[in-house]
Ligand binder design. Structure first.
Ligand SMILES: Cc1cc2nc3c(=O)[nH]c(=O)nc-3n(C[C@H](O)[C@H](O)[C@H](O)COP(=O)(O)OP(=O)(O)OC[C@H]3O[C@@H](n4cnc5c(N)ncnc54)[C@H](O)[C@@H]3O)c2cc1C
Length: 380
């Protein structure tokens, strides 16, 4: 039996980041949402530094103070409740740290982890998706070839969060002539490397606080020591990172769903139609009853996946279930939320409108809902 009771320390962490999300992230997120696409908001970068957020993912021997997974689930839910886009900026750095934790050598960890610690609010990018390969991660058009004691990389990745602002990029590519899983390797490319170039920021309906752009590689020379793990180990590494990442992506979705539900409850209690608050209509009350029940279920799935990771047990299906359920719930909660708010929510700026647009990304990023169903059904 897995215990899902948070400890006192975890409750303190939750309360701290809940306050921060409400006071600092939420008001700022509305402004960023309405602004033109730009890099990561300076206030958000300051927050990464002030709270030393990246340290929560880096082990102590490398200057961090890493948290257990249950605590990470709590942290990511609170950040998602404040601003899902900010949580995604942080999550991409997390993915890059995860690549080093799982496959990196001692020397690589010592070289790259300090790049993400204060001073400065630093990010990293996780570069997998290409224009022609999103769900299919078993072959890439981005290719590398060996040139003596280094590799030459060519291709492009898109959409990539934190592109142009990251301190380093973790990039997946196929060895030239080997367009299959066995030919995939992952590389660490520091910012400023010659041949590394970026497209303009995308204008997208949601997750506007998580800037995305294309990353281009034109004859990028990568020293031998920047390949993560042995040649050909990239596909397995990617699957392991995604198994972790989906649990945390799900936690962000739970946070967004919670905010949508809280906003709908607040509105339903204060909106008076025909002399009574609309929450006293069964149609509204039952919608909210369903949503809060589903929220508890989604959080339980996330915490279970994270507990399994903490226990070192198989968590692939648990992470996919959490991601599928929480991602779909985020969309449902914001959609029902819009209905409950009526015209009050159907305008800009409006928190519910923003949540509704942000929520859509949970069905797509880090493996679509279809892909999660493929993973879950594949184990039946
Ligand atoms: C806001 C945002 C930020 C992102 N940031 C990053 C990032 O930083 N780094 C990065 O590498 N990627 C990033 N991505 C990309 C993301 O991971 C991909 O969008 C995702 O993997 C899906 O790929 P695709 O969008 O190309 O869809 P496609 O793979 O083209 O799929 C299109 C549709 O077909 C369905 N489909 C595909 N194959 C199957 C199948 N076998 N069975 C059933 N249905 C199928 C999909 O579910 C989907 O509905 C980001 C995406 C978003 C939306």
């Amino acid at each position: 039996m897995i215990s899902l009771e948070p400890s006192e320390k975890q409750i303190a962490l939750q309360e701290h980041f809940r306050r921060l999300a409400v006071k600092r992230l939420r008001p700022r997120s509305i402004l960023i949402d309405a602004a033109k696409p730009a890099g990561v908001d300076p206030d958000y970068r300051a927050l990464i530094a002030e709270e030393n957020l990246n340290a929560f993912l880096i082990p102590e021997e490398y200057g961090g103070k890493s948290l257990d997974w249950m605590s990470l689930a709590i942290l990511f839910e609170e950040l998602g409740a404040g601003c899902a886009g900010f949580a995604a900026v942080y999550a991409q750095t997390f993915h890059s740290i995860a690549a080093l934790l799982i496959g990196g050598s001692e020397e690589q960890k010592k070289r790259f982890f300090p790049l993400l610690l204060p001073p400065g609010g630093h990010m990293a990018s996780f570069c997998v998706t290409e224009e022609k390969s999103g769900s299919n991660t078993s072959s890439f058009s981005t290719v590398f070839s060996r040139k003596g004691r280094s590799f030459l990389l060519n291709g492009a990745k898109e959409p990539i969060i934190n592109a142009g602002q990251s301190r380093f990029y973790v990039v997946w590519a196929n060895e030239e002539g080997a367009r299959n899983r066995a030919g995939i390797s992952a590389f660490l490319i520091p910012a400023g490397t010659e041949g590394l170039d970026f497209g303009p920021y995308h204008d997208k309906p949601g997750f506007r606080a998580a800037p995305t752009a294309a990353v281009h590689f034109r004859n990028v020379r990568i020293p031998e020591g920047n390949m993560i793990g042995p040649a050909g180990s990239g596909y397995l590494l990617l699957m392991q990172i995604l198994d972790w990442g989906r649990a945390l992506g799900a936690a962000i979705a739970v946070g967004l769903a919670r905010t949508a539900i809280e906003e709908a409850v607040r509105f339903a209690k204060q909106r008076v139609i025909l002399k009574r608050p609309i929450i006293r209509n069964q149609s509204i009350a039952f919608m909210l009853a369903d949503l809060v029940t589903e929220l508890e279920a989604a959080r339980a799935l996330v915490w279970r996946a994270c507990r399994l990771i903490d226990l070192g047990k198989d968590h692939t299906v648990a992470s996919s279930m959490a991601k599928l359920y929480a991602g779909e719930l985020a969309v449902r909660a914001a959609t029902e939320g819009l209905l409950i708010l009526g015209q009050s929510g159907f305008k800009r700026p409006s928190l519910m409108d923003k949540l509704h647009r942000d929520a859509q990304a949970f069905r797509i990023a880090e493996g679509t809902s279809h892909v999660q169903k493929l993973i879950i059904s594949g184990q039946l």
